[in-house]
Design a protein around this ligand. Structure first.
Ligand SMILES: Nc1ncnc2c1ncn2[C@@H]1O[C@H](COP(=O)(O)OP(=O)(O)OP(=O)(O)O)[C@@H](O)[C@H]1O
Ligand SMILES: [Mg+2]
Length: 261
C-alpha cells in the first residue's frame, strides 16, 4: 500500500485561552478530494495554517507521502509539496495574472523568488519556459484570456481561480483550498466543481475546506468534520451527513440551513 499523501496526528494549537485545535489527526489518500468541514470557528483555517507552516503548532506529527516534513517555514512546506489558497484572497494585486502564477512557479526554479524580483541573468534564462507553463495553467483554470490583466481587475471568482493556478504552479503533492467557492455565483460554482474534478483526474490530491454542502457532498471522496477544534466525524459524504454528532454540531451553532440534507 502506498503511503497517504498527508498523514498528520496529534495536532494542537492554542491561542491564549482558546484551544483552536485539539489533537487533530487527518490522513488523505493519493488522488482523493478530502473535505474538511465544520461550523464557523471550528478551526479549519487554523489547521491549514498549521500544516502549511504559517502558524507554529503546540504539538503534532506531520508526514507528506510517507516522509516527515517540517512546518517551521512556509517556503519549506511549499518546497516539500503542499500548496494552498487563502480564505481571504492573497494575490499580488498590481501584478498581472501571468506574473502571479510565475511567482508560484519559482518555488521549483533554480533562480528562486529573489531572482524573479531582481531579474538576474539566471532568471531571464528560465523566464520563457516559466511564462509558457504559467500561461498553460491559466488556460487550465479557465482564465487564459486574462493573462495580461492585473489581478485586482479580475472578478472575485476569477481571482480564486488565479490562486488555484498559482498553487498548481508549485507542482504540489497536495493542494489545499480554503473556501474556493466563497463569493462565487451558481455558474462559477459549477465550473469550480469541474475544475477540482479535473485536478483530481490529473492525479493530484486535494484538501478542501468548503461551506457549500452541495459542492462538498458532490465532490469529496471522504470528509472530516471539525467542531470546536476536534474531529467529530470522518467518512464518506453520505456517512458524514447522517452522523448525529455532525447534525448536532451544525444545529448547535444555529446553522440549520447548512446541515447536510
Ligand atoms: N491568529 C489568531 N489569533 C487568535 N485567535 C485565532 C487566530 N486565528 C484563529 N483564531 C481563533 O481560532 C478559532 C478557529 O478559527 P478558524 O479561522 O480556524 O475557524 P474556521 O473553521 O476556519 O472558521 P470559518 O468557517 O469561519 O472560516 C476561532 O475562534 C478564531 O477566532
Ligand atoms: Mg476559515
Amino acid at each position: 500500500m502506498t503511503a497517504p499523501v498527508l498523514n498528520v496526528s496529534g495536532v494542537s494549537k492554542r491561542f491564549g485561552g482558546l484551544q483552536a485545535l485539539s489533537d487533530v489527526a487527518l490522513r488523505i489518500e493519493r488522488g482523493q478530494v478530502h473535505g474538511l468541514i465544520g461550523p464557523n470557528g471550528a478551526g479549519k483555517t487554523t489547521f491549514f495554517n498549521v500544516i502549511t507552516g504559517l502558524y507554529t503548532p503546540d504539538s503534532g506529527c506531520f508526514e507528506l507521502a510517507g516522509k516527515p516534513y517540517s512546518t517551521a517555514a512556509v517556503h519549506r512546506v511549499a518546497k516539500a509539496g503542499i500548496a494552498r489558497t487563502f480564505q481571504n484572497i492573497r494575490l499580488f494585486s498590481d501584478m498581472t495574472a501571468l506574473e502571479n502564477v510565475m511567482v508560484g512557479r519559482h518555488v521549483r526554479t533554480r533562480s528562486g523568488l529573489l531572482g524573479a524580483i531582481f531579474r538576474t541573468p539566471g532568471f531571464r534564462a528560465e523566464e520563457r519556459a516559466i511564462a509558457e507553463r504559467a500561461q498553460a495553467l491559466l488556460d487550465y483554470v479557465g482564465i487564459g484570456t486574462y493573462a495580461d490583466h492585473k489581478a485586482r481587475t479580475l472578478s472575485y471568482g476569477d481571482q480564486r481561480r488565479l490562486e488555484i493556478a498559482r498553487a498548481l504552479a508549485t507542482d504540489p503533492q497536495l493542494i489545499a483550498l480554503d473556501e474556493p467557492a466563497a463569493g462565487m455565483n451558481a455558474t462559477e460554482k459549477v465550473q469550480l466543481r469541474a475544475l477540482i474534478d479535473q485536478i483530481r483526474r490529473d492525479g493530484r490530491t486535494v484538501l478542501l475546506i468548503e461551506h457549500d454542502v452541495k459542492l462538498v457532498m458532490g465532490l469529496c471522496d471522504r470528509v472530516t468534520v471539525l467542531d470546536h477544534g476536534k474531529p467529530i466525524a470522518e467518512g464518506t459524504p453520505s456517512e458524514v451527513q447522517t452522523n448525529p454528532l455532525v447534525i448536532e454540531a451544525y444545529l448547535g451553532h444555529g446553522a440549520a440551513a447548512q446541515v447536510p440534507a
